[in-house]
Ligand binder design. Structure first.
Ligand code: COA
Length: 151
């Protein structure tokens, strides 16, 4: 069974390592690695910001991955990155859905995900979790998917 909690300072190294894993770099919108100093600055400010909800997903002692919500007004940009050792095992959709519980005091929100068209695995889990492609917001390489989350 998966558990969900807010990320803490002790999660910083794992989140950077997962972000710089080659598969995550390839699927990211920037397609670039994140430098440790940039990550440290970003992570500290993200933990302190009411506009970011960083969720750690765990199973027992194992860290499964993280889900991030960047809140911008009435919308929240969603991204998910699993621990590379935990990918391809069916955790993604449950992680995505369960993390939404940590948004309970921020609703209603339009959840928005920007996913490379080639990232079929990610498109599949978002669609199964109730997101739908918004053609008007999608671009050549990137699908924009949305899901309305009310209380
Ligand atoms: C994307 C990610 C969250 C998916 O979670 P996951 O638990 O690994 O995904 P699953 O194992 O449940 O796979 C989801 C589905 O995609 C399918 N799939 C896997 N690789 C695929 C591929 N290359 N093409 C099409 N479908 C694929 C799986 O078979 C599964 O479908 P099924 O349940 O019908 O068999 C995870 O792999 C990850 O963190 N990847 C790196 C970062 C990333 O891409 N994040 C998303 C950016 S928005």
């Amino acid at each position: 069974m998966l558990d969900f909690r807010r990320a803490e300072a002790r999660d910083s190294d794992d989140i950077l390592a997962w972000r710089n894993d080659p598969v995550a770099v390839e699927t990211s919108l920037t397609r670039s690695r994140v430098a440790p100093d940039d990550h440290a600055r970003w992570f500290a400010s993200a933990l302190a910001s009411p506009k970011r909800v960083l969720v750690m997903v765990t199973e027992g002692d194992a860290k499964v991955g993280n889900v991030r919500f960047d809140i911008r007004g009435t919308e929240a940009l969603v991204s998910i990155n699993l621990n590379p050792a935990m990918r391809g095992r069916g955790y993604g959709q449950t992680a995505l859905e369960g993390a939404e519980a940590l948004l309970h005091d921020r609703l209603p929100l339009l959840l928005v995900a920007e996913i490379r068209r080639t990232n079929l695995q990610s498109l599949k889990i978002f669609q199964r979790a109730g997101y739908a492609i918004d053609k008007h917001r999608s671009t050549g390489d990137v699908h924009c998917l949305t899901r309305r989350l009310t209380g």
